[in-house]
Design a protein around this ligand. Structure first.
Ligand SMILES: [Zn+2]
Ligand SMILES: [Zn+2]
Length: 267
């Protein structure tokens, strides 16, 4: 079992100790864990900035690895917040250039400069919201390609009640463009089981989108719990694997020093 989306106390929205997470993962039989602490640029909330203390993170990661490294493989990644706009993109490029990670998960937590979390949940045109969200990611990825995998690509479903069962209309064409781009660039998407703990009670993305990605020729997928507390580490892993099996994926991917390894999925 691999978990490639984990937050510890180095993320502004978690207070969990790395050691608790690693011990819980060992108990559950985990093989590879990758921490993906939040790093945002210009996050539009004055109470939470999602800055990352890289040096502190690296130091604690190395300490934890020296204690548990024989029992479980540990990796140091980041969940980097992406937003359109020249200034944001220049900061993204600079930051990823200057910092070393095993894995970079690129996630859009904002839309047109507003945080999705806490946005007015009533929207007039839901499909339009999906279109805008996919379009903003595509615009960023046309200029920034120093990442490995796109995080929770249908995050809209997590925060907008009606979006949970929304069947993509015209926005599916924008998603198609986004997938073409991601696949051409050799990047992947993640299967994020964290959404099962929200009201949405969905894996992100939903099965139809995972299937669409596969049909488009997508092969690179990581699995992540998006856990902010130790007990959720590796949660619903088998469910994610079932999603991959039934949509025709043969491999699940992990990363080390930004290089991918494919692991055959047992039938
Ligand atoms: Zn996220
Ligand atoms: Zn996350």
């Amino acid at each position: 079992m691999f978990d490639y989306h984990i937050h510890s106390e180095f993320s502004d929205d978690s207070s969990e100790k790395m050691s608790n997470i690693v011990e819980e993962a060992i108990r559950k039989g985990g093989k590879k864990l990758c921490f993906t602490e939040h790093k945002e640029f210009n996050y539009p909330d004055k109470n939470i900035k999602f800055n990352l203390d890289y040096q502190g993170y690296e130091k604690e990661f190395e300490r934890i690895k020296s204690i548990y490294g024989e029992q479980i493989e540990l990796y140091m990644g980041v969940e980097i917040g992406i937003q359109a706009g020249e200034k944001n993109i220049q900061e993204l490029i600079k930051y990823t250039n200057e910092h070393k990670f095993d894995f970079i998960l690129a996630s859009a937590h904002c839309l047109e400069g507003v945080g999705l979390y806490g946005m007015d949940p009533k929207v007039n045109n839901l499909d339009d919201l999906f279109s805008k969200y996919f379009r903003e990611m595509l615009n960023v990825f046309k200029e920034f390609n120093d990442y490995d995998v796109v995080g929770h690509i249908d995050l809209i479903r997590r925060y907008f009640l009606e979006a949970q069962t929304h069947e993509l209309g015209e926005s599916k064409e924008v998603l198609r463009e986004l997938f073409v781009h991601i696949i051409q660039e050799g990047k992947g998407i993640e299967i994020n089981t964290g959404g099962l703990f929200y009201d949405s009670a969905n894996i992100n993305p939903t099965l139809d989108i995972i299937k669409f990605y596969r049909e488009m020729g997508g092969t690179i997928v990581t699995i992540g719990s998006d856990s902010h507390i130790a007990e959720r580490i590796l949660s619903n892993y088998e469910k994610a694997m079932d999603y991959l099996r039934c949509t025709g994926f043969e491999y699940v991917t992990t990363f080390e020093k930004r290089k991918k390894t494919l692991h055959k999925i047992k039938k």
